[in-house]
Design a protein around this ligand. Structure first.
Ligand code: NBP
Length: 484
């Protein structure tokens, strides 16, 4: 009998199960497999009951159920489990078959695995899948990269199951070679950290600076979700603020204020350091989670340094409008930085990234989906070579119209001792970027003074380096010149 399976999905936790059900809804025959094989039977007897989903209890059985070229997709914990599976598969798959990793793998691992799997005659796809449980079931954002020859074989399945924007375009397209898909997913997660932190800072300023209740802020986020900030994260914040505990009190007020993280934000920041790209807002978002985790230290310090009166003076309605603008401007900076990072990574790794296409992939299905991403898509449609989002006329105008409120909110927060690290760093980055001259002249002089690191001069061509014997007692030998 001819095999019927279009694709196998390995890993029957929340993401794998929901992706399989989504694929089944779109008419694909999926073979389900899991390391703990009892979960295959559990799945077939419950969630998958009455569907066309097939179960496999061994890799050999899984392979026998698949049409050629075989498509096998991992939805397991990122890390060594992926390498272990690849090794096992190399023994049962054939040249031309396609190995897909849909977990949150580190992009360097995907670069390495793509080369390794290709060297064995197979094809590899490392893909970001975003949208959590609901996205996986109803339509995620999917960001595939790896072996270009694999894409035509996977495209019909991925584009069918992905989220769609209002004109029907799928939130899934080819991202690029090697680790490009996982890099874009990692950047997405970093931006997600930034968006969440910005919303949390707006919340804290409204709570502490304006003395607003969760119910009042629920109304504010409801209103914000009807304008330029309309997004999934603003929408869920609205709902969270409206949620009551069993005693009728807002549940959010009872949740311990220490945040966790799984590492993709950290990876984004590490990559930015390696590439020398200032994604200051995402970095602050990651560090803010670290500060939140220092609960005991914060409780102790609060006893000693508690701000006396954090309340803002003036009209509350006006402040809420100012906070909205500060959030919007800071968000523009965060995406500007995120796109700078992807551009630098693309240059380093030789990826031909389609920046408008990435905005479209993030426009629906994923956690950072928003109206705002539609504007980014338009900016890249108008100018595919746009090097800096801030230079697009739409964003230039938006930043200018928010600037006064942004400064007002950041200075009030600083004066009143309310932490607003992401709002502040966004403003500092903006001021740095628009400064034709920064104090790095002095910095270079310091470096040359103590380490003979040399400097360039404004009255000489770039690339010519000078060393000064600042004290009269130093030698004439300069250190080798380097830049970061
Ligand atoms: P988990 O990340 O919790 O992984 C559970 C699955 O991995 C199970 O099928 C488990 O098999 C399998 N597994 C583990 Br753990 N170690 C294994 C090993 N050494 N060898 C073989 N299989 C192993 O599941 P998830 O939350 O569904 O996420 C799946 C992937 O998707 C992850 O990479 C995750 O980062 C990514 N992701 C998750 C989300 C989300 O919202 N949860 C969103 C986007 C992406 P077992 O049943 O035998 O233990």
């Amino acid at each position: 009998m001819e095999p019927k399976g279009d694709i196998a999905v390995i890993g029957l936790a929340v993401m794998g199960q929901n992706l399989i059900l989504n694929m089944n809804d779109h008419g694909f025959t999926v073979v389900a497999f899991n390391r703990t094989t009892s979960k295959v039977d559990d799945f077939l007897n419950n969630e998958a009951k009455g569907t066309n989903i097939l179960g496999a209890h061994s890799l050999a059985e899984m392979v026998a159920l698949l049409k050629k070229p075989r498509r096998v997709m991992l939805m397991v914990k990122a890390g060594s489990a992926v390498d272990d599976f690849i090794e096992q598969w190399l023994g049962v798959l054939e040249p031309g078959d396609i190995v897909i990793d849909g977990g949150n793998s580190l992009f360097q691992d995907t670069i390495r695995r793509t080369k390794y799997v290709e060297s064995k005659g197979l094809l590899y796809i490392g893909t970001g899948v975003s949208g959590g449980e609901e996205g996986a079931r109803r339509g995620p954002s999917i960001m595939p990269g790896g072996s270009p020859a694999a894409w035509p074989h996977v495209k019909p399945i991925f584009q069918a199951i992905s989220a769609k924007v209002s004109d029907g375009s799928p939130c899934c397209d080819w991202v690029g070679e090697g680790g490009a898909g996982h890099y874009v997913k990692m950047t997405h997660n970093g931006i997600e950290y930034g968006d969440m932190q910005l919303i949390c800072e707006a919340y804290q300023i409204m709570k502490d600076g304006l003395g607003m209740t969760a119910d009042e802020m629920h109304e504010v986020f409801k209103e914000w979700n009807q304008g330029e900030l309309e997004s999934y994260l603003v929408e869920i914040t609205r709902d969270i603020l409206g949620k009551k505990d069993e005693d009728g009190q807002p549940l959010v007020d009872k949740i311990l204020d220490t945040a966790g993280q799984k590492g993709t934000g950290k990876w984004t920041v590490i990559s930015s350091q390696e590439l020398g790209i200032p994604i200051t807002l995402i970095a602050e978002a990651v560090y803010s989670r670290c500060v939140s985790a220092l609960k005991d230290a914060r409780v102790e310090a609060a006893k000693v340094f508690k701000p006396s009166n954090p309340k803002f003076a003036g009209d509350r309605k006006q402040w809420v409008s100012d906070i909205r603008k500060a959030l919007y401007a800071s968000k523009i900076i965060s995406y500007t930085q995120g796109y700078m990072l992807m551009r630098a990574a693309a240059q380093q790794h030789g990826w031909n990234l389609n920046y408008g296409g990435i905005a479209l992939m993030w426009r629906g299905g994923c956690i950072i989906r928003s109206v705002f991403l539609g504007e980014i898509k338009k900016a890249f449609d108008k100018n595919p070579n746009l090097t800096n989002l801030l230079l697009d006329p739409f964003f230039k105008k938006a930043i200018k119209s928010c600037a006064r409120s942004w400064r007002k909110v950041v200075s009030a927060a600083v004066k009143k001792g309310i932490p607003a690290p992401a709002f502040s760093t966004a403003l500092a980055f903006f001021d740095g970027l628009r400064s034709e001259r920064l104090p790095a002249n002095l910095l270079q002089a310091q470096r040359d003074y103590f380490g003979a690191h040399t400097y360039e001069r404004i009255d000489k061509p770039r690339g010519e380096f000078f060393h000064t014997n600042w004290t009269g007692s130093g030698g004439r030998v300069a250190s080798s010149t380097y830049t970061v």
